[in-house]
Design a protein around this ligand. Structure first.
Ligand SMILES: CC(C)(COP(=O)(O)OP(=O)(O)OC[C@H]1O[C@@H](n2cnc3c(N)ncnc32)[C@H](O)[C@@H]1OP(=O)(O)O)[C@@H](O)C(=O)NCCC(=O)NCCS
Length: 169
C-alpha cells in the first residue's frame, strides 16, 4: 500500500456507511488511522500473511477502494477477503470486478484452494457482489464477533479454486 493514498483513504473511509458494515474501521476516522493501516498492512505483506490492493480509478489515478486477502493459511491453502468501496462509487460493479481479480490472483498466482468472506447478516450489497462471483453461502455464524459492543452474526461465503474455473462471468 502507498502512503500517497492516505488522503483518498481518509476521504472515503471517514463515512459512517463504511464503518457500519466493517469490523475494524472506527468512526470518525482520522488520517492517522489511514497511516497506521498502511504501516501495519505493509508489515503483514512483508511477513507473507496478507495481500492488500488499492482499487484505482484510472481516469484520475485516485484510490476508490481497497480489497484485502488476509488470514492466509499456507498449509490449508485458504484465505479470507474483505473490501470497501467509497460511497460515490457504489453500485457500478467496482466491488464485483475487484473480487473477480483478487480471486484470479489467489487461485492462479498464489495457488490457494479456498477463499472465504464473512459479512454482516444484513449486508445485501456485499452478499450480491460475492454471489455474482460464484461464492456459495455456507451458513450463518451466530455471535461471531462483538462489534461496537454488540454481538453480530456473520454470513459465511466461500468459493473453491475448482469452482472459479468453471464459473462464467
Ligand atoms: C459492499 C460494497 C463493497 C459493494 O460495492 P459496490 O462496488 O457497490 O458493489 P457492486 O456494484 O459490484 O455490486 C453491488 C450489488 O448489490 C446490489 N445492491 C446494492 N444495494 C442493494 C440493496 N439495498 N438491495 C439489493 N441489492 C443491492 C447492487 O444492485 C449490485 O447488484 P447488481 O449488479 O446485481 O445490480 C460497498 O457497498 C461497500 O463498500 N460497503 C461498505 C463496506 C462493506 O460492506 N464492505 C464489505 C464487508 S466484507
Amino acid at each position: 500500500m502507498r502512503f500517497s493514498d492516505i488522503r483518498d483513504i481518509y476521504e472515503h473511509v471517514n463515512d459512517k456507511q463504511i464503518a457500519k458494515w466493517t469490523v475494524a474501521i472506527p468512526h470518525p476516522y482520522k488520517t492517522e488511522d489511514a497511516e497506521e493501516f498502511i504501516r501495519l498492512t505493509n508489515k503483514m505483506i512483508r511477513q507473507n500473511k496478507r495481500r492488500t490492493f488499492g482499487i484505482i480509478y484510472k481516469e484520475t489515478d485516485s484510490l476508490v477502494g481497497i480489497i484485502d486477502l488476509f488470514r492466509i493459511n499456507w498449509t490449508d491453502r485458504n484465505g479470507e477477503i474483505g473490501y470497501w468501496i467509497g460511497r460515490k462509487f457504489w453500485n457500478r460493479g467496482v466491488a464485483t470486478e475487484a473480487i473477480h481479480l483478487i480471486l484470479k490472483y489467489a487461485f492462479k498466482e498464489l495457488k490457494l484452494h479456498r477463499i472465504y468472506a464473512r459479512i454482516f447478516e444484513d449486508n445485501i450489497a456485499s452478499a450480491r457482489a460475492l454471489e455474482k462471483n460464484g461464492f456459495k453461502h455456507e451458513g450463518l455464524q451466530r455471535h461471531a464477533a462483538k462489534v461496537r459492543n454488540r454481538w453480530r452474526n456473520f454470513h459465511l461465503y466461500a468459493i473453491l479454486s475448482t469452482e472459479f474455473r468453471i464459473h462464467k462471468r
